[in-house]
Write a protein that binds this ligand. Structure first.
Ligand code: PLP
Length: 425
């Protein structure tokens, strides 16, 4: 009810991405190819400029070319692994600075991550009580943030719910005092609190999250200088879905922050930590239709991208808008219901499926072999979840910026595929 009703429509034909003909992109880079529109990312950053700190959850899209652009827009990053810490450095972020340019957020330390954290004295957002001891032993006297599980959650599927007793994430809200005692043993100071619950578009739910944050912050006390609202800002993937009203979202969090500032007598910085919101709508996966066949009552378009390229449909039954671009510029007029499948030797390799794996169809233009099929709103949890299943080479990533096509990752080769393997002789 508080959601912004969007007029978002998703046309099923498309000629260009960021002003460049899809044909030109496909001819230059082949298919499948991920394409990102740099302008969209810049707009999304601008939407959130009221927050003191925008921290990008890079797991949504961690290409260093994208991270570099976000850095130039003043966005800092979150890292959930040793690899993501190193990506942040490769993109030009440094270990120091205010706000922390790189924060490690996880429910465990693996040895590689802990080594990098110690070497670079990185700030950690601690998601399990055990991590306090493990960090305290190697970095006594450090500042830390606690990720709190307030005892309730919100998420669009069981697999993406990030709070409540059924979630593995964060420190249980009733164990905060115990964690402060643990932190004291090592001289660790809790300077930040974090809750990544997400609220969808439900601002009433958000008010509960803000309330839980305020209560926890009061119980920790005056050492708190930062609160983080986490991520979870939605983007519409289909007609009828909407954005959250960011002005209202901000004002709820800002009021929480103000009350804490008054109570503590010092500034409290308000962070937001989006992944999806900043990148989802910038991204497209361009594929080519390679077979069209009739199976009983179903028409199938089989394309050269599969769940090795975009896993969200098979993982979550996620819906992506789909459009078609003709190879030769002919007009696409009539439509019919089609099922879209990929090339993998696995019957679940279907882009048009609902949660639970039920195959569904989509009303799309009548197409020919060689036409392009574009999976849209694919910039978040797209390429980053790609795999080499079936020994497929991972797709290239192309950033379109100021009318130029920049290859920010090349297509993999067979040499890449076996680079870490040996014959075992
Ligand atoms: C995944 C994640 C985010 C980003 O979530 P989105 O839904 O993509 O906005 C933010 N913070 C943490 C700790 C996360 O794990």
């Amino acid at each position: 009810m508080n959601a912004i009703a969007t007029e978002t429509s998703f046309p099923t034909t498309r000629e260009n991405i960021a002003g460049i003909p899809i044909r030109d992109i496909a001819k230059k880079f082949g298919t499948p190819t991920y394409v990102y529109d740099a302008n969209v990312i810049a707009q999304k950053v601008n939407d959130l400029k009221q927050f003191d700190v925008i921290r990008f959850a890079q797991k949504a899209c961690s290409n260093i070319g994208i991270l570099n652009r976000l850095r130039q827009h003043g966005v800092v990053v979150d890292a959930v692994s040793a690899g993501e810490i190193q990506r942040a450095f490769a993109a030009g972020y440094t270990a120091h600075g205010t706000p922390h340019q790189v924060v490690y957020t996880a429910d465990i330390f693996d040895q590689a991550a802990l080594d990098l954290i110690v070497k670079n004295r990185l700030h950690v957002n601690v998601g399990s009580p055990s991590m306090i001891d493990q960090l305290g032993e190697v970095l006594p006297g450090h500042d830390i943030t606690l990720r709190i599980n307030p005892g309730f959650g919100h998420g669009h599927s069981r697999k993406t719910n990030t709070g409540g007793s059924g979630s593995k994430h964060g420190i249980w809200h009733e164990q905060v005092d115990e964690c402060l005692i643990r932190a004291d043993r090592y001289g660790l100071t809790v300077t930040g609190l974090h809750m990544h619950i997400g609220s969808g578009t439900d601002l009433e739910h958000l008010a509960h999250v803000c309330g839980a944050m305020e209560k926890t912050a009061r119980s920790v006390g005056r050492t708190i200088t930062t609160i983080s609202a986490g991520g979870g800002l939605p983007v519409p993937y289909r007609v009828g879905q909407s954005y959250v009203d960011i002005a209202q979202y901000y004002s709820l969090w800002d009021a929480t922050r103000q009350r804490l500032q008054n109570e503590f007598g010092h500034a409290v910085s308000l962070e937001i930590e989006p992944g999806r919101y900043l990148v989802a709508e910038s991204g497209y996966l361009v594929a080519e239709i390679r077979a069209i066949k009739q199976m009983g009552e179903n028409t199938y378009y089989l394309v050269d991208a599969g769940f090795n390229d975009l896993a969200r449909p098979i993982l979550y039954g996620a819906y992506h808008p789909i459009s078609i671009a003709s190879r030769d510029g002919r007009a696409l007029t009539s439509t019919h219901p089609v099922v879209i499948g990929g090339p993998l030797c696995e019957s679940g390799d279907i882009f048009t499926q609902d949660e639970g794996g039920y195959v569904s169809s989509r009303e799309l233009p009548v197409a020919q072999i060689g036409d392009y099929l574009i999976l849209e709103v694919a910039g978040a949890y797209g390429f980053v979840m790609a795999s080499n299943y079936n020994s497929k080479f991972r797709a290239p990533e192309v950033l379109i910026e100021n009318g130029k096509m920049l290859e920010i990752r090349r297509r993999e080769t067979f040499a890449d595929l076996i680079a870490a393997e040996s014959l075992g002789n």
